[in-house]
Ligand binder design. Structure first.
Ligand SMILES: [Zn+2]
Length: 137
């Protein structure tokens, strides 16, 4: 099967596969964090479980990037936001499907899978999570 450049996410979406946001949950201090790691960043405990985090949250704060690192120049200007998920877990993410001047603190956002970048001459495509304004309530 030959896949078009942008059809990989659509292919998996059509198969009904949900993308997960995999975080950690500490059994010692009961806090959650992202991304998952074997040691709790809050208390140092190694008693940590993997947990699927909520895919929705709100923008706590944000900044607009005008001078991007190599590989991300295409997206400038773009927004990096501190997002608080529905369960209180905070993470940093690029926002997509929104203009920088439309972003507001408190804006509801949801996770989506998007192209992060293409790698050099190989055109290897790196996919990852981004957040966009919530389309449906
Ligand atoms: Zn902990």
């Amino acid at each position: 099967m030959v896949l078009e450049r942008t059809s990989i996410p659509l292919y998996w979406r059509d198969r009904g596969i949900k993308y997960r946001l995999l975080g950690g949950e500490c059994k010692s201090c009961n806090r959650r964090f992202f991304p998952y790691r074997k040691v709790c960043p809050h208390c140092g405990s190694t008693d940590v479980n993997k947990v699927n985090l909520p895919r929705r949250g709100r923008v706590v704060s944000f900044t607009v990037v005008h001078n991007a690192p190599r590989g991300f120049e295409y997206y400038t200007p773009y927004v990096i936001a501190l997002i608080e998920l529905k369960d209180g877990t905070r993470l940093l993410s690029q926002l997509t499907d929104v203009e920088p001047d439309e972003v507001r603190e408190g804006m509801e956002v949801e996770m989506v899978i998007r192209i992060h970048r293409t790698c050099g001459e190989s055109w290897l495509i790196a996919y990852g999570y981004k957040f966009r304004p919530v389309l449906k309530k």
